[in-house]
Design a protein around this ligand. Structure first.
Ligand code: ZN
Ligand code: ZN
Length: 144
């Protein structure tokens, strides 16, 4: 099966487990350096990729493309507001209660899943009182 982790990779995994929430590769790299670990950013990303392929960590992408990493057991999903970009945590994992096993192609080995729900937060979905008033668009030719 999967080859054993190197000492460096195990240490990285343990470090990620000791952190709260999820971290970008860059933030993880910063924390490692703060902790006195000398490691290159490219190496951090390479190890993160290996850990993902071994099904030990999960990764999700923010709308801005930034990837966030968390240990596999931290099965947390997010509601993200498209307007202000704020994320809040979903208090459960709806995926866990769905059995997809029988629908997977033969031989496919699932490692982790992601689930993001996008929408508008309460603040952004509130009545448009705070929005600047716009002139009604003249629309004389359009509608029949
Ligand atoms: Zn919002
Ligand atoms: Zn989940």
């Amino acid at each position: 099966m999967a080859p054993a982790l190197t000492a460096r990779q195990s240490a990285l995994l343990e470090f990620l487990r000791s952190c709260d929430g999820e971290l970008s590769g860059q933030a993880l790299h910063g924390r490692l350096r703060e902790a006195g670990v000398t490691i290159g950013l490219a190496t951090v990303y390479r190890h993160l990729r290996t850990l993902q392929q071994q099904g030990l960590i999960r990764c999700r992408h923010l709308p801005n493309g930034e990837a966030l990493y968390a240990p596999l057991e931290r099965d947390v999903h997010h509601l993200t507001c498209l307007e202000c970009g704020r994320s809040s945590e979903l208090p459960l994992c709806p995926v866990g209660s769905v059995s997809v096993g029988e629908h997977l192609p033969a031989g496919f080995q699932p490692l982790f899943h992601t689930l993001e729900i996008y929408g508008l937060c309460a603040g952004c979905a509130a009545p448009a009182a705070a929005l600047p008033t716009r002139e009604p668009t003249p629309d004389r030719d359009g509608a029949e």
